[in-house]
Design a protein around this ligand. Structure first.
Ligand code: ATP
Length: 212
């Protein structure tokens, strides 16, 4: 039986960039998902980028996906006001969508330290993991080999099993990184092309990341 699969794409999205959107589009098409919910995490004030609030990060996600019919903003973690673990968010989403399978989307950099995530085994009981390749992060480093050895599966297995499959995608390279964008945006105008135009406009309006 093929189940309805909802993709969950968590991140700080500080800011959301073309790499995130390209990953989400690739996953939607390649894995035939019904939809992807982009879920910005809550950041405590001492970890947040000064001058950029959770609401602003969420607004940038909203602007970036405005013309993407199968992507929605998921505000679950922002409404909590405490840092939330992915596992807790997936429990809540499972209650909200009891008949669907969940697939949590991450980049290879995140897979490399996935066993440090709180209750990571429970995450794999609740959801699949869809992993996008990312330039600079190989699948034979960190936690990736051990996890792939134990949980790797193909698309058909992901579609048929309720959870617990790690699907490694063969996506093209998406070079963008939020850290790099935050560091370079104010001084290097060509970096703007790494952002969806509506997001860049908002960054200028709100004077985020030193832009004006
Ligand atoms: P930073 O550079 O500050 O680490 P980021 O660009 O990774 O930020 P996040 O919001 O932390 O942005 O990323 C959310 C998720 O998207 C993570 O799982 C990350 O691995 C993945 N991701 C982000 N950019 C890419 C990319 N260019 N290619 C593949 N995966 C990516």
């Amino acid at each position: 039986m093929t189940r309805k699969i909802i993709g969950i794409f968590g991140g700080t999205f500080d800011p959301i960039h073309q790499g995130h959107l390209a990953c989400a589009r690739y996953v939607l098409t390649h894995c035939q998902l019904d939809s992807i919910r982009l879920m910005p995490c809550h950041l405590p004030p001492h970890r947040a980028t000064p001058g950029v609030s959770s609401q602003q990060r969420a607004k940038m996600v909203e602007l970036a996906i405005a013309s993407e019919p199968n992507m929605q903003l998921e505000t679950l973690e922002l409404n909590r006001q405490t840092p939330s673990y992915t596992v807790d968010s997936l429990v809540a989403l499972k209650q909200q969508y009891p008949t669907a399978s969940l697939a949590f989307i991450i980049g290879m950099d995140s897979l490399q330290y996935f066993t440090k995530w709180h209750n990571w085994q429970h995450i794999l009981q609740l959801a699949h993991l869809i992993v996008c390749r990312r330039p600079g992060y190989a699948c034979d480093e960190g936690d990736a080999p051990i996890l792939l050895n134990q949980y790797a599966g193909n698309l058909q297995q992901l579609q048929q099993q309720p959870a617990g499959v790690i699907l490694l995608l063969d996506n093209p390279d998406f070079m963008q990184s939020a850290t790099f964008i935050r560091q370079q945006l104010a001084t290097h105008p060509h970096i703007r092309t790494m952002l969806p135009p509506a997001v860049m406009q908002y960054i200028q309006q709100q004077r985020l990341y030193g832009c004006r």
